[in-house]
Design a protein around this ligand. Structure first.
Ligand code: BGC
Length: 774
C-alpha cells in the first residue's frame, strides 16, 4: 500500500447512518457538493448551497439527467483513421436549486455574517439532505434555518425542497426568489448546449422547455411552490417574471419575530432522448402539479418507503468499526442514487454527481458495479445488461469502422458510440467485449433468466465473439498459439501491448461461452438457433474457429518468476521504486508523459490480480499470492478501481492487514477524499468495490459450477459483519463473527453451498446453520 494513502483522517463526523458536516468551510464547498449529492438514477443533483455566496467560492452547481447529453465535435491535432468524431457530455441542465433570500434588503449567504450551531447531514436511511443553523447577518439580524431536500426514488421525475426560516430577533420583510434558470453551461463544452424553446406559467406551475443544439434532445422542467406562515392555512402566491432563459417566482412577506415561514418547492423533469418521443412539457407540468398536490410530507414518505425496502434487502452491517460502517452505507446509497433503471441508461463512472469523465459509462459497470446489484436487486442488474443489448447496433458500427466483423463495445460512451479521443487507453481496451459477456454470463447464472439469454444476451455474446476471432491470430513463432496483439489491458499504464494476460484469459472465457451457448441452442432451442443464425448470418465454421482460438489461446506464465506476466514485455521493462515518486507527481497520468509511464514496471491498477478474482477457479492460491507479491509494490493505485481488488485477493491469500487497509481505502475513498479529486464526482466503481471487499474478500464468496462458495473470516478490528445474497431466487443471510458463521436461508426453498470444504444444504424447514470459521 502506498504510504501517502495511509492514515487518512475522516473529514466528516463518523456516524452509522449519517454523513455529518459540523462546520461549514467554504474552501471545501466543491468537495462537499459531491458528497452531499442526491439522485434517483434518473435525476442527480450536486449538494449545492442553494442561496449561493457573495465571495468567490469554488464549486459547480450541477444538476443532471442520466443519459441526457450533448455531442460536440472532437478537435484533433492529428486526426487518424477511425478516430471517433464526436464526443458526448452529460449535460448540466437548468438550475432549479438556487434560491435568493433577503431580510429587508440584506441578502442571506453563509460566507457573510456569522453562523451558529451549523450542521449539514446526509441522512442515508431516508435519502435526504438537511441543513440546520442559526445565522446572524452583518447588521445583527438573527434567524433560524432548517433546509431539507430529496430526489424521489419512487416518483422519479420529482425533486422536493423545504425551507423553514424563523427570525429570532427582528420583524421585517422577507424576500424570497426561486427560479428555473436555463442559462447553464458545462465546464467541458465549448458551446452552450441548450436552447430555450418555451417558457411560462400555467396554473401557478412555472415551466421551461429546452432543446440541445446537436443531439436535438428535449428537456422540460416544471416548478411549483407552497409558501405558508406557521399556523395559517392560506398560502402566498408569488409574483412571476419571465426572462430570456429564466422563469422566476418572487415573494415579499412581512414576518414577525419568532414567526416561522415555510416554503415547499417541487420540481419535475422530463426528457426526450434518441430512443424516446414524449410530450415532455405536458408530462413535466402534470408531474409537478401531482407533486404539489401530494405535498412534501407525503412525497417524502413514498421515497423513504422505497429506501426502507432497499436497506432491508441490501444493507451490510459492520459491528465494531464505525468508519467502515459509515463508508459502506454511503457507497451503497450513492450507487442506488446513480444507477439508471430503464435499460437505456447506465451508471456513469462518477454517477450523477459531477462532470468528471463527462458522465461517461465504462467497463466499470460490468466488472465492478454489476455484482452489487446482481446479488441484491437483480431487476436493476437486468437493466444494466439490457443497456448493452440496446446499444449493440452502435457496437456493430464501431467494429465496421475498425474493419472488424461482429461488434466492439465503446470504452467511453453515453449513447452507445465510442467517444474517446485517446485510443491508447480506450479503443485498445478490447477487453470491454469480454467484460460485457462476463456480466451477461454471471447475470444468467445468478438469475436463471433464460428469456433474457435467448432474446437478447446470446446475440451480444456471439457478435462480440466474432471480433476476437478476427482481432487475434495463430502465431507461428508462438507454436501457433492464438495471440492478441496491440491491446491495452485494464492497467492503462501499459498501452498497446501484446498478449495482455487479462485480455487473453477473458477472451478465452468469452469464446468458450459463445461455443457453449451454440451447443445449448442447438439442443434446447433449435428453432431460435436457426432464426438467430439467419439474422446474424452466422456460419458453423465460425463457431469452430471460436473453439480453436479458445483451445489454443496463449496464456502468459513465467516459470522463472512463478507469476503471470501482465503482457509480453512487462517483465523485461525497467523496474522503478514507486515509493520514491513525490506525492505531487501523482497520479502519473496527469504528471508524466505516457512514454515514460509505459517504459517502467509501474501499474496504474489491478490487472492480473483482477483476472485472479474474475476467473478465480483457474488459479491456485499460491499463484495468486505470488502475483500479489509481484504486482503490489509496482502499483500506484492511481485508478480508484485498484484498491478493492487488492483487498479481495489479499483476503484470499491470507494477507489480512493488506485486506483491511485496502478495504479502508476503498470504502472511504470518497468520504476521506483519498485521491484529492472528489470535487469532480464520486467513484462509483470503487464504491461497488467496497461491497466486493466484504462479500468476495472477507466472506470469500466465489461462484463456480453454479454453486456459491464461502471462506469467511472477520478482520481483527471488527466484532462481526452481516450481509445478504440473492442467488437463483434464494436469499441467504451470512453473519460472520470472530469464531463462527451463521447462514440463514431467508427466502426460497432449498439452497446448497460450500463453507470452506463443507457442503451445506438449507431448506425452508431447516433454514439456519452455525459453523466454525477455519
Ligand atoms: C481507469 C479505468 C476506468 C476509468 C473510469 C480510469 O482511471 O483506469 O479503468 O474505467 O478510470 O472509472
Amino acid at each position: 500500500m502506498r504510504s501517502f494513502h495511509k492514515n487518512k483522517q475522516p473529514i466528516y463526523h463518523l456516524d452509522e447512518w449519517n454523513i455529518i458536516e459540523k462546520e461549514f468551510q467554504k474552501n471545501n464547498n466543491d468537495r462537499s457538493e459531491t458528497i452531499f449529492s442526491l439522485g434517483n438514477g434518473y435525476i442527480g443533483m450536486r449538494g449545492t448551497i442553494e442561496e449561493g455566496f457573495q465571495s468567490d467560492v469554488a464549486g459547480c452547481k450541477g444538476s443532471y439527467i442520466n443519459g441526457f447529453y450533448e455531442s460536440e465535435e472532437i478537435i484533433y491535432g492529428e486526426y487518424q483513421y477511425a478516430f471517433p468524431l464526436w464526443g458526448q457530455t452529460m449535460l448540466n441542465i437548468m438550475d432549479t436549486q438556487s434560491i435568493e433570500l433577503f431580510f429587508d434588503d440584506e441578502r442571506f449567504t453563509m460566507d457573510r455574517g456569522h453562523l451558529e450551531t451549523y450542521s449539514r447531514v446526509l441522512h442515508m436511511k431516508d435519502g435526504k439532505v438537511s441543513r440546520q443553523f442559526i445565522w446572524q447577518s452583518p447588521t445583527g439580524k438573527k434567524a433560524e434555518f432548517n433546509i431539507e431536500k430529496f430526489i424521489s426514488l419512487k416518483d422519479i421525475h420529482i425533486t422536493a425542497f423545504q425551507l423553514s426560516v424563523r427570525p429570532l430577533n427582528f420583524s421585517g420583510i422577507v424576500r424570497i426568489i426561486t427560479s428555473i434558470n436555463g442559462d447553464v453551461r458545462n465546464e467541458n463544452l465549448r458551446d452552450q448546449a441548450l436552447v430555450t424553446k418555451e417558457k411560462g406559467i400555467v396554473d401557478n406551475a412555472m415551466y421551461l422547455l429546452q432543446q440541445t443544439k446537436k443531439t436535438k434532445f428535449d428537456i422540460a422542467c416544471g416548478m411549483m411552490h407552497c409558501l405558508k406562515k406557521e399556523g395559517l392555512e392560506s398560502y402566498f402566491n408569488p409574483q412571476y417574471f419571465i426572462e430570456e432563459k429564466e422563469v422566476k417566482a418572487c415573494w415579499e412577506i412581512k414576518v414577525e419575530k419568532d414567526q416561522l415561514l415555510i416554503l415547499e418547492k417541487f420540481t419535475a423533469f422530463d426528457v426526450n432522448r434518441k430512443y424516446e418521443t414524449k410530450k415532455v412539457l405536458e408530462n413535466a407540468i402534470k408531474e409537478v402539479k401531482r407533486a404539489c398536490k401530494m405535498g412534501y410530507k407525503e412525497l417524502l414518505l413514498r421515497h423513504t418507503e422505497f429506501l426502507k425496502e432497499f436497506w432491508e434487502k441490501t444493507d451490510v452491517i459492520i459491528k465494531g468499526d464505525l468508519a467502515l460502517q459509515q463508508g459502506i452505507r454511503f457507497n451503497m446509497l450513492q450507487l442506488l442514487q446513480s444507477v439508471g433503471r430503464d435499460g437505456y441508461t447506465n451508471i456513469a463512472a462518477k454517477g450523477l454527481t459531477g462532470e468528471g469523465y463527462e458522465g461517461h459509462y465504462f467497463w466499470d459497470t460490468e466488472t465492478y458495479i454489476l455484482p452489487f446489484f446482481l446479488y441484491n436487486n437483480p431487476e436493476i442488474a437486468k437493466s444494466l445488461v439490457m443497456y448493452r443489448y440496446n446499444t449493440l447496433n452502435n457496437a456493430r458500427e464501431r467494429a465496421r469502422e475498425l474493419d472488424h466483423p461482429g461488434a466492439l463495445y465503446p470504452w467511453r460512451t453515453i449513447g452507445g458510440e465510442e467517444t474517446s479521443a485517446y485510443f491508447e487507453a480506450s479503443t485498445a481496451q478490447y477487453h470491454i467485449n469480454a467484460d460485457v459477456v462476463y456480466a451477461i454470463k454471471k447475470y444468467v447464472e445468478a438469475t436463471e433468466d433464460k428469456e433474457f439469454l435467448v432474446n437478447y444476451g446470446v446475440e451480444v455474446v456471439w457478435e462480440t465473439a466474432r471480433l476476437w476471432a478476427d482481432r487475434g491470430g495463430f502465431i507461428p513463432m508462438r507454436g501457433n498459439k492464438f495471440c492478441i496483439h496491440e491491446v491495452t489491458g485494464p492497467d492503462e499504464y501499459k498501452a498497446g501491448v501484446d498478449n495482455n494476460c487479462y485480455t487473453n484469459y477473458m477472451a478465452q472465457m468469452h469464446l468458450y461461452y459463445a461455443v457453449e451457448l451454440a451447443e445449448w441452442f442447438k439442443k434446447e432451442a433449435s428453432e431460435k438457433y436457426l432464426e438467430l443464425k439467419r439474422k446474424l448470418e452466422l456460419q458453423e465454421e465460425e463457431i469452430l474457429v471460436w473453439k480453436k482460438a479458445a483451445d489454443n489461446m496463449y496464456l502468459p506464465y513465467n516459470e522463472e518468476l512463478g507469476i503471470n506476466p501482465q503482457d509480453d514485455s512487462f517483465i523485461y521493462k525497467e523496474p522503478y521504486d514507486i515509493e520514491g515518486i513525490q506525492v505531487e507527481r501523482l497520479p502519473l497520468v496527469f504528471n508524466w508523459h505516457p512514454l515514460n509511464i509505459w517504459r517502467y514496471q509501474i501499474c496504474k491498477q489491478a490487472d492480473v490480480l483482477l483476472l485472479m478474482l474474475l476467473l478465480s477457479e483457474k488459479f491456485s492460491v499460491e499463484l495468486k499470492k505470488a502475483n500479489f507479491d509481484y504486482y503490489e509494490p509496482k502499483t500506484t493505485h492511481d485508478s480508484s478501481l485498484s484498491a478493492c481488488i487488492f483487498s479481495v485477493i489479499a483476503s484470499e491469500v491470507g494477507y489480512k492487514n493488506y485486506a483491511y487497509n485496502y478495504f479502508m481505502q476503498t470504502a472511504r475513498m470518497d468520504l476521506d477524499d483519498y485521491n484529492n479529486n472528489v470535487h469532480k464526482g464520486l467513484h462509483t466503481a470503487s464504491m461497488a468495490g467496497a461491497w466486493m471487499c466484504v462479500v468476495n474478500g472477507f466472506a470469500g464468496m466465489r461462484v463456480f459450477d453454479e454453486m456459491l462458495h464461502f471462506k469467511p473470516y472477520t478482520p481483527e478490528k471488527w466484532d462481526a459483519y452481516k450481509f445478504s445474497i440473492l442467488y437463483k431466487g434464494r436469499r441467504l443471510t451470512i453473519e460472520v463473527n470472530q469464531k463462527e458463521t451463521t447462514y440463514t436461508l431467508q427466502e426460497g426453498n432449498k439452497l446448497s453451498f460450500y463453507h470452506y470444504d463443507q457442503e451445506i444444504q438449507l431448506c425452508s424447514e431447516n433454514n439456519r446453520i452455525i459453523v466454525g470459521n477455519n
